[in-house]
Each structure stands twice: as structure tokens, then as C-alpha cells.
Design a protein around this ligand. Structure first.
Ligand SMILES: [Fe+2]
Length: 286
């Protein structure tokens, strides 16, 4: 496995490894360590299909059921399609395209779930020639750059993450889907269990800080987000067909950049691995 760092804070391009098929224990251990160390791993030229991707996902843990389909219909699927191409190969209609524009807010996948995801795995099949990048920032690096007082201030706080809240400005959420995702509470500061490194855990699903007024909550969450997403902290990833990217949702935020969806096709398939830290279902005050 050849590892080439991509940014001063996080990210690596990894070559000389095949993600699909049998992987020996040493390679898998190196891969897990690279996730803990670099948070974002980019693997060019992977021979992938859904079956291979799901097999690889299982190597890293339990696949996460895709919540939109599960919450709306009860059907379990482990794949999400990212982009503007439907399963039948045709372009999506305007409603869905608008729905996906919610991904242009900084977020951590599944932070709104009782058990948020560990990693997302995204494989690119079709990408536009311009636009459609994914931007990443590290909340671990953001935490490290806080002052000692700021770290103390946030040390024992908890945050409510709420999918319906974050989606409400983008598109209406199906009532069954909304009911399947009640607000959950997670610690603001998380610790990587392998290397002990800390990060705060925020993003567009972060609705409020427990015990703070709405204004205080917003000020703190906005301050942390601004601090994390300063331009020089952003890793802007340009996709190429055949790339597989793994990112650590425990400590990264990401967002999609725009592209001309009426002109270009973008098709990617995503799986996620369930995390190990469980939050608490939270009843919002009436
Ligand atoms: Fe996402």
C-alpha cells in the first residue's frame, strides 16, 4: 500500500491495493489504521460494482441501511445513489435534484442517527467534466486549533442532531421517514478509540446544544463551523471515474459543490458502515 498525503491536516491517496475481492488481514489492518490516521482515503482505478462494494463494506463492519428508502417504505437497501442519474439510467426529475442540494451543506453522514456511521464509501462511475467536487474538512484539526479555554468550554456539552430540522429548508420529508428519525443527542466532543485524538462533532444536522438558549446554541455551532471550514482547511476532491473514496464520518465534514445537472451526468454509489458509538433518542420540548 503506497500512501501519499493530500493535505496538511488529513487525507491520503492510496495506490497498490485492490479493495474488491479477498483482502488479507495485514492489508485490512493497514487500511483501518489509515482511516484512523488520515480520515479520508482516495483509491484510484478500482474495479468496482455493487456486489464488490458491498463485500468490501462488510470487511469494515456492518453496512448501514439507507435511511430514505427504509424510513419511507421499510425496505432495506445498503446503497445510496449520489448524483442525478436514476437506477434505470435516466436523469432524475427536478424534485429529486432539489432534494440532493441538501448535500451542499457541511455535514457528517448519519450524524442524525442514534448510532451514526463510522465511514462512508463512495465509488464514482460517471462524473461531470467540471463541478461536482466534494469538499472535506477535519473537525479533529478544528479541535486541535481551539484554545485551551475553548476546549474546556465545550468538553462536556451535548448536541441534538435532527434530520427533519436540517432537511426542512430543502424539501419536505415523508412523514413515515420523519417518524423513523427522531432527534438524537451526541456528545459535542468525540475521541477516536484507537489513537485517542479528539474532535468536535457538528454539521448541518446539529440543531442545538443541550442546556443553551437557541441563540447561544447557534452562536457556538456557527463559530465551530466557521473555524473548521476556513478556506485553507478545505480539501477539495475532484472525482474521476473508477475512484473509490472512504471518509471517516466520526471526524470529517463534507459537502458537494454544484454542477450543471441539466447538462452533465454524475453517478456514484455509496455505502456506509455503522459506527460503534450510540447516542440517545431525545424528546424535543414541545
Ligand atoms: Fe454526505
Amino acid at each position: 500500500m503506497q500512501i501519499q498525503p493530500l493535505h496538511g491536516n488529513f487525507g491520503a491517496r492510496i495506490t497498490d491495493v485492490t479493495l474488491s475481492g479477498v483482502m488479507n488481514a495485514n492489508t485490512l489492518a493497514s487500511l483501518r489504521r489509515a482511516i484512523d490516521d488520515y480520515s479520508l482515503l482516495c483509491f484510484p482505478d478500482q474495479d468496482m460494482n455493487d456486489e464488490k462494494q458491498l463485500g468490501f463494506t462488510h470487511l469494515l463492519g456492518e453496512p448501514e441501511a439507507e435511511h430514505v428508502r427504509f424510513g419511507s417504505t421499510g425496505e432495506i437497501s445498503y446503497f445510496g445513489t449520489v448524483g442525478n442519474v436514476k437506477d434505470d439510467g435516466n436523469l432524475q426529475d427536478g424534485v429529486n435534484a432539489r432534494y440532493q442540494s441538501g448535500n451542499q451543506l457541511w455535514h457528517s453522514d448519519s450524524s442524525f442517527r442514534e448510532t451514526p456511521s463510522f465511514v462512508s464509501i463512495l465509488h464514482a462511475y460517471e462524473v461531470p467534466p467540471t463541478g461536482g467536487e466534494t469538499e472535506f474538512v477535519s473537525m479533529r484539526s478544528g479541535y486541535r486549533r481551539l484554545s485551551r479555554d475553548q476546549k474546556q468550554h465545550i468538553a462536556s456539552l451535548h448536541v441534538i442532531h435532527d434530520y427533519v430540522f436540517s432537511r426542512s429548508t430543502v424539501a419536505p420529508v415523508n412523514p413515515n421517514h420523519a417518524a423513523s428519525l427522531p432527534p438524537v443527542m451526541h456528545p459535542l466532543v468525540r475521541v477516536n478509540p484507537e489513537n485517542g485524538l479528539k474532535n468536535f462533532y457538528i454539521g448541518s444536522h446539529a440543531r442545538s446544544v443541550v442546556g443553551m438558549s437557541g441563540t447561544q446554541s447557534r452562536e457556538l455551532l456557527d463559530m465551530l463551523l466557521e473555524h473548521t471550514t476556513e478556506p485553507e482547511q478545505i480539501l477539495r476532491h475532484s472525482w474521476e471515474p473508477g475512484q473509490t473514496v472512504i471518509w471517516d464520518n466520526r471526524c470529517l465534514l463534507h459537502r458537494g459543490t454544484g454542477y450543471d445537472a441539466s447538462r452533465w451526468r454524475r453517478r456514484m454509489r455509496q455505502t456506509r458502515v455503522v459506527g460503534e458509538e450510540k447516542g440517545v433518542i431525545h424528546q424535543m420540548p414541545a
